[in-house]
Ligand binder design. Structure first.
Ligand SMILES: Cc1cc2nc3c(=O)[nH]c(=O)nc-3n(C[C@H](O)[C@H](O)[C@H](O)COP(=O)(O)OP(=O)(O)OC[C@H]3O[C@@H](n4cnc5c(N)ncnc54)[C@H](O)[C@@H]3O)c2cc1C
Length: 427
């Protein structure tokens, strides 16, 4: 068998601006790809598995059209045997950021090393790599405003307002000896997710959002409207490159939206350095309550916007950014329950689940909840002024007038709330 370079596609399921693929093509040997169906997360998330499967199947087609085979294996332990079979000299993967994945990489690296196969990792998940932006004395930034300042300075210096890197790897030379078919889906069948995985789908979503990106600063705070990009699942699976998006957003002066991509890099580097936003805090939690956390998970707390948000997350796998923060702060600051229960629930539900982003944002929410008390009703009226989001997800309350939709417990006894519960804690 002729020698090969093997690209291990993980959270970079795309062709455009794929640094791992680019590095492999540059080596000059025929290139093959591998995708591992089983992720490294310990918490099952069938919706995300399905989305990644769709994205990998689309990638299989695009690579095949360029003469590159994509092998799908079930478990990461199968990768070294594939490397032997294809006479692979180097495996190239996108850089991992969280401890479980880095641990897995180290185990695979040792096995490959014994086989005489090199294992390289390149940055494909963020705009800047894990150690590109460091604070004084080489310590990672743990506060966002300072990180953002350093990020923007490096961005101007490196990209200088030009194309951020969409040009990587378009034509491949490679001719694979075999073209394995992509396996049929053998996971759960009944997942509901509003989006299909894949690079073309990601591009379509971006182009659609781009037309309205100028309205983002005013539209982003209304969950009932489609004012945010809904690119998170695509970014999380790597169907679209954050470098390309950052360059395009900067080119259009979309600073408020660019902020989100900087935040994404911020949380990834925090996870890599195992740094925290602030030291671990012994929260003065109320005793853990199975009942309270279960009501929170199922959207039965008696606070309409919180419940609408959690029901929508459970049914569709995506939640508006303002509602992720609100529901997280509610769990920690109003129900006084440990954030671990929220972290695990979001990990199991979100199609866009990313351990670094999930954990980092929960740290921020827990910190905010400690620092300020939240006025749930006022916030609900600000985010959902006409009650549209609540009515969409809580049919029991759909008939309530706007002045009661966020406070159904104030309705007179003649108005039927169809079994919707009273608030679990005093409002
Ligand atoms: C408690 C909590 C948990 C979260 N867990 C995840 C997660 O597992 N996966 C995930 O992708 N996002 C997570 N987020 C961040 C954010 O809520 C989602 O990225 C956002 O809701 C996705 O919608 P959008 O693509 O329309 O966002 P937009 O507003 O259009 O933002 C564009 C992109 O920027 C990134 N981004 C936006 N906000 C943040 C943020 N606060 N932190 C980091 N990156 C951000 C996302 O990649 C997003 O797709 C979490 C937020 C909170 C408060």
């Amino acid at each position: 068998m002729q020698a090969h370079t093997l690209v291990w596609f993980r959270r970079n399921l795309r062709i455009r601006d794929n640094a791992a693929l680019s590095a492999a093509v540059k080596r000059g040997l025929p290139v093959a790809g591998v995708w591992v169906a089983q992720g490294s997360s310990e918490i099952p998330n069938p919706r995300q598995d399905w989305f990644h499967y769709q994205a990998a199947a689309a990638l299989h087609g695009s690579l095949a059209a360029r003469g590159v085979a994509l092998y799908a294996v079930n478990r990461v332990e199968e990768l070294p045997a594939l490397a032997t079979r294809l006479n692979v000299q180097t495996v190239i993967a996108d850089e991992a950021y969280t401890s479980p994945e880095i641990g897995q990489d180290n185990r695979i690296w040792r096995i490959l090393d014994e086989q005489g196969v090199a294992f390289e990792r390149v940055n494909d998940r963020t705009v800047f790599a894990k150690a590109d932006i460091m604070g004084s004395h080489g310590a990672p930034y743990t506060d966002f405003p300072h990180y953002k300042e350093a990020w923007l300075a490096l961005f101007r210096q490196r990209f200088g307002g030009q194309d951020g890197g969409g040009g990587h790897t378009e034509i491949f030379q490679t001719t694979s000896v075999e073209m394995p078919p992509f396996p049929a889906w053998n996971g759960q069948q009944d997942m509901v997710s509003a989006q299909r995985g894949g690079e073309d789908e990601a591009d379509k979503q971006w182009r659609h959002f781009e037309e309205n990106i100028g309205f983002y600063p005013i539209m982003k705070d209304f969950p009932a409207r489609k004012g945010t990009s809904r690119l998170s699942a695509y970014l999380s699976a790597g169907c679209i490159s954050p470098r390309v998006l950052a360059a395009e957003a900067a080119g259009q002066g979309a600073d408020a939206w660019l902020d989100n991509l900087i935040r994404r890099d911020f949380y990834q580097q925090l996870a890599y350095h195992r740094a925290r936003i602030e030291p671990e805090f012994d929260a003065e939690s109320a005793p853990f309550s199975d009942d309270l956390t279960e009501r929170w998970r199922q959207g039965k707390t008696g606070f309409p916007l919180i419940d609408a948000a959690l029901r929508s997350l459970k049914s569709g796998g995506w939640l508006h950014p303002a509602l992720r923060s609100l529901t997280a702060e509610f769990l920690c600051g109003v129900l006084h329950q440990p954030s671990e229960y929220g972290i695990a629930w979001f990990a199991a539900q979100q199609t866009d689940f990313d351990p670094a982003l999930n954990e980092g944002n929960w740290q921020t929410a827990a910190r905010n909840a400690r620092r300020h008390s939240i006025d749930i009703i006022q916030t609900a009226r600000r985010l959902d002024p006409a009650g549209t989001f609540v009515r969409r997800h809580i049919p029991e309350l759909a008939h309530l007038p706007v002045n009661l939709v966020h406070t159904p417990w104030l309705a007179s006894s003649e108005i039927d709330a169809h079994g919707y519960p009273l608030p679990v804690v005093a409002p």
